[in-house]
Design a protein around this ligand. Structure first.
Ligand code: PAF
Length: 273
């Protein structure tokens, strides 16, 4: 990978990078297409990063579909797919891996996904920093579906002065509104039919807040009832400042973010307000 990156840069070619954990769906492929428009060559990584899983069972169950992923990428003209074994990313063993320290990260990671998944964001920044060092992209594309992750990566790039630009890819949805996610595959057909309620609850709350910012407490309460009625176990449903996930303040761009369990799957989604 290092040799490849060196050769591309020596030839004056810009590298766009799409990091993934594989099990690629249309959302990932849209990020790859976006990346192709931003640089001369696209590199995709496929690595199920053990450091960012807070539950061993989740790591174990995460789908690994390398052959299908390579077939899905083949028509997109990707220059390289980097799919390292764990021993190459973490030669000392995952327990011994020093976590990349990012000043000021806590302010972005103590709640929402950070509260529900301890250790998740330290694991993400560690692997993303190592991947950036190996792939040496000028630009990297991250999906808005993981909105907090996108802000965390942008923060890391600023805090560590990393020479890479971060582009955001819009969330890609199924026809019924469900955000594309590898975790959707955990749903039974019956759960899958109910899953778009998460998007509908977000869309209804976003519309209510757009019409009247004072409607937020009632909109939030209605969304939680709606989700519970549909069989979800809501984790959070929050309205935040879009720039840094601080408290929502009127007149600034806001982001509505939600996470909820449906059967075995923890689904997340978010919308701009
Ligand atoms: O969003 C993901 O798939 C992962 O968190 C990432 C960015 C590939 C790091 O492992």
């Amino acid at each position: 990978m290092q040799e490849f990156a060196r050769a591309q840069r020596a030839a004056g070619r810009r590298i766009a990078f799409v990091p993934t954990m594989g099990n690629l769906h249309r959302g990932h492929l849209a990020l790859v297409e976006q990346a192709a428009g931003l640089a001369d060559v696209v590199v995709v990584s496929i690595f199920v990063n053990p450091l960012q899983f807070d539950r061993a069972a989740d790591l174990e169950a995460y789908p690994r579909t390398l052959e299908e992923d390579l077939a899905a990428l083949a028509p997109l003209g990707v220059a390289a797919v980097f799919a390292p074994p764990e021993t190459e990313m973490y030669p000392q063993g995952r327990a011994a891996e020093p976590v990349v320290q990012v000043p000021g990260l806590e302010a972005l990671t103590t709640d929402l996904e950070g509260a529900s998944r301890p250790g998740h964001f330290p694991g993400v920044v560690t692997v993303v920093k190592k991947l950036f060092d190996l792939v040496r992209p000028q630009v990297a594309v991250f999906g808005e579906k993981d909105y907090q992750q996108l802000l965390v990566v942008r923060h890391m790039v600023r805090a560590l002065a990393l020479p890479v630009e971060i582009a955001a890819g819009p969330t890609v949805r199924e026809a019924d509104g469900l955000a594309m996610s590898s975790r959707n595959g955990y749903l039974s057909p019956e759960e899958r039919a109910r899953a778009p309620e998460l998007y509908r609850a977000l869309a209804a709350a976003a519309a209510a807040v757009r019409a009247d910012p004072g409607a937020w407490p009632a909109a939030r309460a209605a969304a939680l009832v709606r989700l519970e009625r549909a069989g979800f176990r809501p984790d959070y449903f929050e309205l935040r400042r879009a720039a840094d996930l601080g408290p929502a303040t009127p007149g600034e761009p806001l982001r509505l973010l939600a996470a909820a369990w449906l059967g075995p799957a923890r689904l997340i989604d978010n919308l701009a307000v």
